[in-house]
Design a protein around this ligand. Structure first.
Ligand code: SAH
Ligand code: MG
Length: 195
């Protein structure tokens, strides 16, 4: 894995305002992946491949990341990036809307990273629980959305997103089979495991 190239991709993504994973969020996830040694990872929201490439370092030998992206430009860029970093044998991109692709998947995943349309988080959660392995962990990025989610702010134009993120939190905390913590790293990170 070409780490220098990965660093260049990160800088370019930041310059272009692509919402890649924040350093403190990545640090938390990396720490848990080191322990977990996942065989299969599912990512919803590839963008230009940055987080998937970071996660790929922690896969078991022969492990795979399935990642979903619907934006054609970003898919194109992600493919080039993944090749340049030399991890193309570890990352498979599913091209299209995750709402349509997720129901077609039937793997068991040790780690699932939800990082796409906020209004779809409750649906992504349902599909993620269905495919979560026994030891699996679900991470949901941007769960606090600039603080809107825990405030009583309702008039923001992103209120559908906020409502659905609140719904996600309600579901993970009320689900008797899950244990969840919510961390104020980055834009908020929800971490759910099976009890
Ligand atoms: N995980 C990436 C950042 C993802 S940004 C990283 O940290 O490097 C969120 C991405 O999700 C965007 O590129 C957006 O196009 C994509 N996306 C949003 N909703 C989606 C959906 N319903 N299906 C597929 N991709 C989606
Ligand atoms: Mg994010």
């Amino acid at each position: 894995m070409n780490k220098k190239e990965l660093e260049i991709i990160k800088e370019k993504a930041l310059e272009n305002h692509i919402p890649i994973i924040m350093d403190d969020t990545l640090e938390v996830i990396a720490k848990s992946l080191k322990e977990l040694k996942p065989n299969r990872i599912l990512e919803i929201g590839t963008a230009v491949g940055y987080s998937a490439m970071c996660f790929s370092e922690y896969l078991q030998t022969g492990g795979i990341i399935d990642t979903i992206e619907r934006d054609e430009e970003r898919i194109k860029e992600a493919k080039i990036n993944i090749k340049n970093v030399g991890v193309e044998d570890k990352i498979k991109i599913y091209e299209g809307d995750a709402v349509e692709i997720l129901p077609t998947l039937n793997e068991k995943y040790d780690m699932i990273f939800i990082d796409a349309a906020k209004g779809k988080y409750p649906f992504f959660l349902k599909e993620s629980i269905r495919m979560l392995s026994e030891k699996g962990i679900i991470f949901a990025d941007n769960i606090l959305y600039k603080g809107y989610v825990l405030s009583d702010y309702n008039k923001h134009k992103q209120r559908t997103a906020v409502r659905n993120l609140r719904e996600y939190i309600k579901e993970v905390t009320e689900n008797p089979n899950l244990e969840t913590e919510i961390l104020e790293v980055g834009d908020g990170l929800a971490i759910s495991k099976r009890k």
